[in-house]
Design a binder for this molecule. Structure first.
Ligand code: HPA
Ligand code: ZN
Length: 334
């Protein structure tokens, strides 16, 4: 089964590039850039990855990202993730990046996006991995700061497929970003938002009704509102669920408590994703394996989850057809 899950053709729709920064690369970049880390070794850093909640993780995640300075650094970060995708048969990716984490440290927006885009283009030409880059606004910062970031992104909009909203959910509800999301939609960009991770089901409703997003990131707290579950299923609103993230950040006590398969059985269009794999103990295959071990996910359910990842991706129709065909071939061949 583990080999089946690794080789299963799949897409990843919820992955923060900064969250794929492995401790080894963090140390290498710190040395290359002459930055002192408050840890003496990789093992010590990994031991610090013990989080009671989202905020404890975010504090280390922003600290870790401070080793990223040059275009080459952003390329190396992204390329390391692409290599993981190649190894796990991930054929389409829609990674997130957080420009404000970098521009607020004086790194030019151009440096960040150039390095990321160069690696994503190489993923396409060298490995045939298609992608769409999603730029996230940090919700603990102001809406004005989001508008400013959008302005900085304007020369690069051909390299961005959509806009997302991440960081601390508590105290920063969707409504805070109503105006900037309206502008983004008018510009023809797709939209997603983290909602219902640590925050209530109402945040999922508000992300749909106020921000009018095309997909919900996490969304697991929707389970508290049966009417909302019904709506998500009927309107085919996809949720990008991140099982290992949810257990590491204590959204669920352990994997046996996770509700992803329950939502799948209720007709919600859920997908599996790794969120911040360097911090949460695994990439996409490891998330699928965790569902098999912790929830007894069947092969049929795994295939349905993989199919959802293609269906609810932002890939063009022709690319989706290719991806479905590859999935069908895998299932027949097994
Ligand atoms: N939630 C909110 N913000 C984030 C996350 C997450 O899981 N990962 C990286 N930024
Ligand atoms: Zn996330």
């Amino acid at each position: 089964m583990d080999q089946f899950l690794n080789d299963l053709p799949k897409a990843e729709l919820h992955l923060h590039l900064e969250g794929s920064l492995e401790p080894e690369l963090m140390f290498a970049l710190a040395e290359r850039n002459g930055i002192a880390l408050p840890y003496s070794a990789v093992d010590q850093l990994r031991q610090a990855y013990n989080f009671a909640n989202l905020q404890e993780f975010l504090d280390l995640y922003y600290q870790g990202a401070a080793v990223l300075l040059t275009e080459q650094d952003f390329y190396d970060l992204t390329w390391a993730y692409v290599e993981r995708c190649k190894a796990q048969n991930i054929l389409h990716i829609e990674p997130f990046f957080d420009p404000q984490t970098h521009t607020d440290r004086g790194i030019p927006f151009a440096t960040v996006i150039s390095g990321i885009s160069r690696a994503l283009q190489q993923a396409e030409t060298e490995y045939g991995i298609s992608s769409g880059l999603i730029m996230c606004f940090l919700r603990h910062l102001s809406e004005d700061a989001a508008f400013e970031t959008l302005q900085q992104a304007e020369p690069y909009l051909d390299q961005i497929i959509g806009i997302g909203l991440d960081s601390s959910e508590k105290g920063h509800p969707p409504a805070k970003f109503e105006r900037v999301f309206a502008k983004v939609r008018n510009m023809g960009l797709l939209t997603v938002a983290h909602a219902g991770e640590e925050g209530p089901a109402q945040n999922v409703i508000d992300a749909l009704d106020i921000l009018k997003v095309d997909r919900i990131d996490h969304g697991v707290r929707a389970i508290d509102d049966p009417q909302l579950i019904k709506r998500l299923a009927e309107e085919k609103v996809a949720l990008t669920v991140c099982p290992l993230s949810n257990t590491r950040l204590k959204v669920f006590d352990d994997m046996s408590q996770h509700n992803i398969l329950q939502m799948l059985e209720q007709g919600v269009k859920v997908t599996v994703n790794s969120d911040d794999p360097a911090y949460f103990g695994g990439y996409l295959t490891e998330n699928f394996i965790a569902l098999e071990k912790g929830l007894g996910m069947t092969q049929e359910q795994a295939v349905e989850l993989a199919r959802n990842s293609f269906e609810y991706s932002f890939a063009k129709k022709e690319r989706k057809e290719e991806l479905f065909a590859l999935l069908d071939r895998h299932c027949v061949a097994r």
